[in-house]
Design a protein around this ligand. Structure first.
Ligand code: PD2
Ligand code: ZN
Length: 298
């Protein structure tokens, strides 16, 4: 079957989303009418991404809620669909963040991935590692079944969290990130620093909280969903340790001071933001991760 996105299908997808149907329901309806699931998910994602771009470019005034129907009185720009975003509208090679100029090394539209060079100086990378080293503990992940935390065998790194603004260095980095991704400092979780030894990895996962898990509503009370991630490389492993995006066959090489940013407007695999930390084959790997929430994270 030739499965192309016709204007009629595009209109239908937008209507479904505008009526408040969740992405899973739209994909299920497309599957029921003969679409293959991955093709349907991709059609949904590209259509909604393009529609959001049109809205922000002022080409249409039609609001488009992604997920639950809008409650009256909420702002015209759909808060649920808003995501952190690096401004690439002028195809910049370099972005001046005030205290530092960074380079745009590569960008992908779907999934939204941007690779940034020179976000952190060598001294900042060293500084974060030395702050984190004495407080490393085996990494926990948020347990969506309960909202608590658990040791996760898929994640063999050690790590620690900093409070937002915990030191002047942490604060300067957080403010630079906020300017880069145009998202308030207050909407970010505390920086997490991770250390992977040889053989350690972080198996592919999504960073958003699974809406189907019973613990998710509790987690979402604090700042809503995660909508974006910035992974910053603090050193260079001898070999391995790239950040992979299996859905699109992308691997970002860990280079000191560089960062990979990705965003996800919906907590759904159609965002194609499945990603992992490939095993470290030689040496060790240090990263700092900033997760961005929909709303203020207190
Ligand atoms: O260290 C990484 O490359 C990595 C990969 C996947 C980090 C994260 N996820 C994360 O911190 O969420
Ligand atoms: Zn991750």
């Amino acid at each position: 079957m030739n499965q192309t996105i016709t204007p009629e299908l595009r209109r239908w997808i937008i209507e479904q989303a505008a009526a408040g149907f969740p992405p899973e329901a739209v994909v299920a309806a497309m599957k029921a009418s003969g679409w293959m699931e991955d093709v349907a998910a991709e059609a949904l994602e590209t259509t909604l991404q393009a529609h959001l771009q049109e809205i922000s470019a002022g080409q249409t005034i039609r609001p488009l809620p992604a997920g639950p129907a809008r409650t009256s009185g909420s702002p015209a720009k759909d808060a649920d669909a808003a995501v952190p975003e690096i401004d690439l509208s002028a195809s910049p090679r370099e972005i001046d963040l005030g205290d530092r100029k960074v380079r745009v090394l590569a960008a992908l539209r779907s999934p939204r991935v941007v690779v940034i060079g020179g976000l952190l100086s060598d001294a900042e990378c060293e500084g974060l590692i030395e702050l984190a080293r004495p407080r490393l503990a085996r990494s926990l992940t948020v347990q969506t079944a309960t909202g608590g935390e658990e040791l996760n065998p898929d994640r063999t790194s050690s790590g620690t969290f900093f409070n937002r603004g915990e030191t002047a260095l942490v604060s300067a980095i957080e403010e630079r990130i906020a300017r880069l991704v145009q998202w308030p400092v207050t909407h970010g979780e505390g920086l997490q620093v991770l250390n992977y030894r040889r053989g350690a990895e972080y198996k592919p996962h999504y960073d958003y909280f699974d809406p189907a898990e019973p613990g998710t509503p509790t987690i979402l009370k604090r700042g809503g969903q995660r909508v974006g991630t910035l992974v910053m490389y603090l050193n260079e492993p001898g070999q391995g340790g790239g950040t992979t995006f299996p859905d699109v066959g992308l691997e970002v090489a860990p280079q000191r001071g560089h960062a990979v940013f990705f965003s996800y407007a919906r907590p759904h695999p159609s965002t194609r933001t499945l990603h992992g930390g490939a095993p470290v084959l030689a040496g060790e790997k240090w990263v700092a991760t900033k997760w961005l929430r929909q709303r203020e994270f207190r």
